[in-house]
Design a protein around this ligand. Structure first.
Ligand code: 2Q2
Length: 322
């Protein structure tokens, strides 16, 4: 009797934490590089909740922020090996699928509407198809990102101010080519290593949307946000194709529906976040610098065009014509 009661109490408290403890047939490990507060993590948690509820606990989703499952490139490899399942990734996929470069071409998208047209239309379809075919990852949702800005410890207004600036970029060949042409010294590096590299001055600068500048506390090691707006882009939430297809169709549908729901949830948060970020970074001590975007765009253009191969150029043209 006592034993029974005790077991009942234990079960009761476990149920408070999660209504589905122990019942899952499938576990999905979802790792990404942003911190706990970041809207990507809020979206991931929303997805977890939807999937667990709508699968009656048959699927459990474990969310790992802060590169706890490894860097972006490592998690992509892990998904391919089957030791992780879901991540948030974009133009770094160009290392496998060249068309993914078009998600983040310097100064390619005029504005949010232009970007949306590309993602939701044929351009997006072509990119997604190649990602799926070449990487074994299936895009299930996309998020718009804020424009990428350059942070540094001296103001950068013109390309000529770059003058050998040691700049971290993600593992994106097109970014390396472009920043080299602009006069900086770009080095690819995992996101989680950037803070320490800036602190120890092995690099001088980095570039990212405001939301990741905040997520990684770069205000502690960088004084200026130079408003270059050099890349507008989107990012995908991707899942391992083998894992997805190993599930019964009804559960696959639960995942796809939850992904769409996560996409709208994130889009709403994104709009609110964009209004908050500049002031938040100013409050954290960063100074905003107006950069000559036209000069950056003009100097970047020939480098971008020289860097794109034939299939990429065709898509680049298609984007310009939208
Ligand atoms: O700077 C970074 O690491 C992030 O902004 C992103 O991971 C980057 O945009 C690409 O690696 C996305 O594939």
């Amino acid at each position: 009797m006592f034993k029974r009661l005790f077991a009942g109490t234990l079960l009761g408290s476990a149920m408070l934490a999660s209504p589905f403890v122990g019942a899952a047939d499938y576990t999905l490990k979802f790792g990404h590089l942003a911190n706990e507060q970041h809207i990507w993590n809020q979206a991931a948690k929303h997805f977890k909740q939807q999937v667990e509820e709508n699968s009656d606990g048959k699927i459990e989703v474990q969310v790992f922020p802060n590169e706890q499952l490894g860097s972006e490139m490592e998690v992509i490899n892990s998904i391919q090996l089957g030791t992780a399942d879901i991540t948030i990734t974009g133009e770094s996929l160009q290392n496998w699928a060249p068309k993914a470069a078009l998600m983040a071409v310097p100064y390619a998208f005029r504005d949010s509407d232009h970007l949306q047209k590309a993602v939701e239309g044929e351009v997006g379809q072509e990119i997604e198809a190649q990602i799926e075919e070449r990487t074994g990852l299936v895009p299930i949702a996309w998020f718009e990102r804020g424009p990428r800005e350059l942070t540094s410890n001296r103001p950068i207004k013109q390309p000529s101010d770059l003058n050998g600036l040691r700049l971290r970029v993600p593992n994106v060949p097109l970014f390396v080519d472009t920043w080299q042409a602009l006069g900086a010294k770009p080095t690819p590096m995992a996101f989680s290593e950037v803070f320490t590299a800036l602190q120890q001055s092995t690099i001088d600068a980095q570039e990212n949307p405001l939301s990741l500048i905040e997520s990684a506390s770069f205000s502690e090691v960088q004084d200026y946000v130079n408003m270059t707006d050099h890349v507008r882009s989107w990012i995908y939430v991707v899942i391992g194709k083998n894992k997805l297809e190993s599930m019964p169709e009804v559960l696959q549908q639960v995942i796809l529906d939850a992904a769409k729901e996560m996409q709208s949830f994130e889009a709403e948060k994104f709009a609110q976040d964009q209004q908050r970020l500049e002031q938040a970074l100013k409050d954290a001590g960063m100074e905003f610098v107006e950069a000559d975007q036209q000069a950056f765009a003009e100097q970047a253009k020939p480098a971008v065009e020289a860097s794109l191969n034939e299939e990429q150029k065709a898509l680049y043209q298609a984007i310009q014509n939208l």
